[in-house]
Design a protein around this ligand. Structure first.
Ligand code: ADP
Ligand code: MG
Ligand code: ZN
Length: 635
């Protein structure tokens, strides 16, 4: 702690006040208005000489206050006309008698009432102040003094019940999330429309995604669009409260929302309270669990016509208690992801409002330079650029300011944002392109519905192939296509860079698993035949090696390994063929991915017109002993 802080903080002043009082108060009260002290003998003489006009005996203190007719001098000391003296208990009687005998104008033998009270007060004040400091410290420790002060007093102030002035137009590059939330807005603003048809309006919506992608912003936008009241609370607020307050706050929150419906209750960072119960060392945190339980009780408690919707946001959907995600609670889950190229452009557009820029500044170029940036990062870039421009006394934000701002945001505190280096992006684009192109060139593969090179979770990108109908079984040719498809990413890296990366580990694992199953479970190897090998019921608790104990000979095991290898090698060849044959299309696809990052089914289909298809495979033919794979036409 630095000194400046100590002297300006309230603690210093309070301590100072206590010190002063401790010194001053007793001095003030204990000898109030009593004049100088004289010896007992001198005092007695004064009384007996008749120089005293008033006397007051204080038995408790064994002292006498005297008011004299005039001031006097004794042994060279001047005395005022008021003095006091003390007496011993042995002389108390004599003192009292002398005073009584002196026949004074005023004579009391009780201390003044007010004086007694005052000295009591003087005694108490330091304690009162110490108690006050103590309470103040406790309040401070339990977070947000002012908020906690209101605890128990005025509950209406506990939640921000403000109408955010945000609407959907302020959220850019998150069309899917906005679309879903549009519906929520309608539930709130026109509930009759849905209730008329007996539809149950969802109670809870969970927004999840990386930090800075606009989850809080989206929740505010729903409230801004729907009208009605908006109650906002952060999960971390609950955690730092007194024991038992979390649960009662949740209760109050819902009570208020019901009184002021239509209402949105927004619980930001719900993972702080919504973590899996009973997790963690020592059985978890009771207080947090009570809060979570209360939240669940409240959500179950209000009926679907109450016109309340609870919106929650989290970066960590994986740690949430499954009870939160059950039907009737947060059963709507909306992903909010980092924006792609187009999204970034739109977000830049939104945030460049009110920021004068040089006319030839191209936001498209800025979007291109900022892969992996979230909405918050982009807002930050524009703000930094404006600050830099102002600092250099310029009037318009230019490219140089933007570039420097990008560097700052990248190198600054926002390290959490995952930024891919240029080469890594290229590798990812070719890898994902390889998967997709192999799928397109093969005959039994489902169509590609989406490719993206935006990092997500631990994956650098992903390609989605979705069959048109639900499928309940898979044929041999489809499995072979799946394996070739899995190899496609790796093979593209081999062909283009001649330096494959570790990114294919997962693909290789999947391909190998599928190939092994084909041989040992599905009876799809002509050499091995239709035999089930290995015990097969893999236990999740023990390693695979332990449970799939070999129940077949070493010779057969060698054949199985050879068959698995040959399936993988074949798939590798097929992928290699598909990619070299269509190399130009692969390049176009990768380029396009680097440019826009995400391609949907239609865009992909357009690029893939004119793909050279792989000829069909050898035919699988049944014979009396065993199936054979022969050269020939396949249906
Ligand atoms: P989260 O809650 O997901 O961590 P926020 O909603 O707090 O993110 O976003 C922080 C800020 O970043 C917002 O206030 C807004 O200025 C900006 N921002 C984030 N995403 C977007 C977006 N999609 N469109 C416009 N601005 C955004
Ligand atoms: Mg947030
Ligand atoms: Zn892959």
């Amino acid at each position: 702690m630095n000194f400046k802080k100590i002297f300006t903080g309230p603690l210093f002043w309070i301590l100072l006040a206590v010190l002063i009082l401790l010194v001053a108060v007793p001095a003030l009260f204990s000898s109030a208005g009593a004049g100088q002290r004289v010896d007992t003998n001198v005092g007695m003489e004064l009384i007996e000489d008749g120089q005293v006009t008033e006397a007051r005996i204080d038995d408790g203190d064994s002292r006498v206050d005297l008011t004299l007719a005039e001031s006097f001098e004794l042994d060279g000391t001047e005395y005022e006309d008021a003095v006091h003296f003390h007496f011993s208990q042995a002389r108390a009687e004599t003192v009292a008698e002398s005073i009584a005998a002196a026949d004074l104008d005023g004579y009391t033998d009780e201390p003044e009432q007010s004086n007694w009270l005052l000295s009591m007060l003087g005694f108490m004040i330091p304690f009162l102040i110490i108690a006050a400091i103590f309470i103040w410290l406790i309040l401070r420790m339990s977070g947000g003094g002012s908020r906690v002060m209101q605890f128990g007093k005025s509950k209406a102030k506990m939640f921000d019940k403000d109408m955010p002035e945000v609407n959907f137009q302020d959220v850019a590059g998150a069309e899917e999330a906005v679309e879903e939330l549009h519906e929520i807005k309608e539930f709130l603003s026109e509930p009759e429309k849905f209730q008329r048809l007996g539809a149950k309006i969802p109670k809870g919506v969970l927004l999840y995604g990386p930090p800075g992608t606009g989850k809080t912003l989206l929740a505010k936008a729903v409230a801004g669009e729907a009208g009605g009241s908006f109650y906002s609370i952060s999960g971390s607020d609950f955690v730092e409260m007194f024991v038992g307050v979390g649960a009662s706050r949740v209760r109050d929150l819902f009570k208020q929302a019901k009184e002021n419906s239509p209402a949105i209750i927004f619980v930001d960072e719900i993972d702080a309270v919504g973590r899996q119960r009973g997790a963690g060392v020592g059985g978890g945190n009771d207080e947090r669990e009570q809060t979570l339980n209360q939240l669940l009780v409240e959500m179950d408690g209000f009926d679907a016509n109450a016109n309340i919707i609870v919106i929650a946001a989290t970066n960590r959907p994986d740690v949430l208690d499954p009870a939160l995600l059950r039907p009737g609670r947060f059963d709507r889950q909306i992903p909010v992801e980092a924006p792609d190229f187009n999204g970034r452009q739109q977000i830049l557009q939104v945030h460049s409002k009110g920021k004068p820029m040089v006319p030839d500044l191209d936001l498209k170029q800025v979007a291109r330079k900022t892969p992996g940036f979230t909405g918050a990062d982009l807002a930050n870039v524009l703000n930094e650029a404006a600050l830099l421009t102002a600092r250099s006394n310029a009037d318009l934000i230019d490219d140089r300011a933007i570039d420097e701002a990008i560097d700052r945001v990248m190198a600054g505190p926002q390290k959490r944002t995952r930024l891919m280096k240029h080469h890594e992006r290229r590798v990812t684009a070719y890898h994902e392109g390889g998967h997709a192109l192999v799928a397109a060139a093969l005959n039994y593969s489902a169509p590609v519905t989406k490719i993206t090179i935006l990092p997500r979770g631990r994956a650098l990108g992903y390609t989605m192939v979705i069959p048109e109908d639900d499928k309940y079984s898979t044929t041999r040719n489809e499995l072979l296509d799946q394996i070739a498809y899995a190899m496609g990413g790796r093979v593209a890296e081999e062909i283009v860079f001649r330096d494959p990366s570790t990114g294919a580990a997962n693909d290789i694992q999947k391909a190998t698993d599928t190939a092994r199953r084909m041989v040992t479970e599905y009876g799809m190897s002509a050499r091995v035949g239709s035999v089930k090998l290995g015990s097969g019921d893999s236990s999740p608790f023990l390693g695979r090696e332990m449970t799939t104990g070999k129940d077949y000979s070493e010779d057969l095991a060698a054949i199985v390994d050879a068959e698995v290898r040959s399936i993988i090698d074949e798939a590798h060849d097929e992928a290699y063929w598909a990619l070299t044959e269509n190399r130009q299309i692969l390049d176009t696809l990768a380029e396009e991915l680097l440019r826009v990052e995400t391609l949907n089914a239609m865009e992909v289909a357009e690029i893939f017109t004119g793909v050279t298809k792989r000829p069909v495979r050898k035919v699988w033919e049944s014979s009396p002993d065993r199936p054979l794979v022969v050269e020939g036409e396949n249906a």
